[in-house]
Design a protein around this ligand. Structure first.
Ligand code: NZQ
Ligand code: ZN
Length: 392
């Protein structure tokens, strides 16, 4: 077991009508002039933006808005937001939408008080020391950005998708109403379920994994998502199960399931190159890669994969550790498929990736063969290429 710091400062308001209290929450967090940031329109169509605006009006808080954030959010939109906030004297960012919107808001928050270009943080050239406060009204349980310290932005000029983590960007509050997720299309619901599971897997597999309480919580979280995801695909307005998934999404990425464990994160790093290159949904990209990653690294700790197989996937605990582990990986892939998710890159993008595309992803992921990713097994450029090929 490793020493750890658990820092989860986000105030969570969970339940029906939570968004109606955004005005009060912004005021409590010291905001006076707010930028409401949103995506491609789902939050406008559902009437959510209007409800949030009303809540801000009632609390006497001024607001302007900026929509148009796309999945795999772009740095161009972030720069536009930074300019707008400076011009309008905005002092609080309110993200209304999915992980892409929250991430874009976090990036704007870093950029407003910064003298250089915001991409510096994502390129690893600078560390943010100041950020505007951010609050969130999440509409899709997936990225967990509402409680995480990270944001992931794509530079549309280069296709580079990079994450940046810093506690100063953690949301001051998250107003989480499961009813807001009733309108999610099945594909996005499934992508979200995969991402939530993956945030848990990434922490579950690592070099040090001897933390029984954390492991048990992770397993319970995974079992919950596995039980609830099919239910909401069948009945999109099942409040109880939407709520389970929404809460799981926040807990899967606020550090709770990583307390005492070291983590891996290779699948996420490999996936960011996929969604950077092909502009696919992050959760689907993870589903396409995970099985290949798991088979490639399994020998490092077959016992742990076997534990996942038995405790989460319901695999019969007979046979060697390796056999049980293999069955567990296959069971996870079957589950992803049952949600309509791809389990290979071909299924994800509709064709085989070319050799040149695989080489470029491995190059980018290893930063020109200069760094490794992963915890359970450190992966250099050659190993990354092998995994992309296994996932072809
Ligand atoms: O843009 P709108 O019209 O709102 O449509 C969105 C979007 O097309 C739609 N949607 C969201 N809520 C909806 C809805 N449609 C109907 N009803 C609703 N209630 O769903 C689509 C996807 O939205 P997006 O925000 O892109 O999804 P998600 O939350 O999965 O975020 C994905 C992004 O987060 C990053 C990913 O890499 C990706 O860029 N991640 C961020 C992390 C973090 N900040 O901690 C960690 C993750 O590992 C991840 O990398
Ligand atoms: Zn993720």
């Amino acid at each position: 077991m490793q020493d750890f710091i658990y820092y989860a400062p986000t105030k969570v308001l969970f339940g029906r009508g939570a968004e109606l209290r955004t005005g009060e929450l912004v005021r409590e967090a010291g905001g006076r002039r707010v930028l409401i940031h949103y995506g491609g329109g789902s939050a406008v169509r559902s009437g959510l933006i209007a409800r949030v605006e009303r809540s801000l009006d009632e609390a006497g808080i001024e607001h302007i808005s900026l929509g148009g954030v796309v999945p795999n959010p772009r740095v161009g939109k972030v720069r536009e937001g930074i300019e707008l906030c400076r011009r309008e004297g905005v002092d609080f960012l309110l993200a209304v939408g999915g992980g892409s919107v929250i991430d874009s808001a976090k990036a704007i928050a870093y950029g407003v008080p910064y003298g250089g270009d915001v991409w510096d943080f994502y390129a690893g050239r600078a560390k943010a020391v100041k950020a505007l406060p951010v609050g969130a009204v999440p509409t899709i349980p997936a990225a967990g950005s509402e409680m995480s310290n990270s944001s992931v932005i794509t530079d549309e000029a280069t296709g580079l998708k990079r994450g940046y983590g810093n506690d100063i960007s953690r949301c001051r509050f998250a107003a989480m109403n499961p009813e807001l997720t009733f309108t999610l299309p099945p594909y996005q619901t499934a992508c979200g379920a995969v991402d939530i599971m993956m945030h848990t897997f990434e922490r579950y597999f690592g070099t040090e994994a001897d933390m029984p309480l954390t492991d048990s919580m992770a397993e319970a979280l995974l079992r919950t998502v596995i039980e609830s995801a099919p239910k909401v695909l069948e009945h999109p307005d099942d409040y109880l199960h939407r709520a389970q998934i929404m809460w799981a999404g926040a807990l899967s990425h606020n550090g709770l399931t990583g307390c005492g464990n070291s983590g891996d994160w290779a699948t996420h790093k490999l996936e960011h190159e996929l969604s950077g290159m092909f502009d696919v949904a992050h959760g689907a990209g993870l589903a396409a890669l995970w099985g290949s990653w798991a088979r490639y690294v399994m020998h490092r700790d077959a016992g742990r994969f076997a534990r996942l197989a038995v405790n989460v996937m319901g695999v019969d605990a007979t046979g060697t550790q390796e056999q049980i582990a293999e069955e567990g990986i296959a069971a996870v892939e079957r589950f992803f498929r049952s949600l309509g998710m791809p389990v290979s890159i071909s299924e994800l993008i509709g064709r085989r990736p070319t050799d040149a595309e695989i080489a470029e992803m491995a190059d980018k992921c290893s930063d020109g063969d200069s760094h490794t990713v992963g915890g359970l097994l450190r992966l250099g450029r050659a190993e990354m290429e092998k995994i992309y090929r296994m996932a072809e």
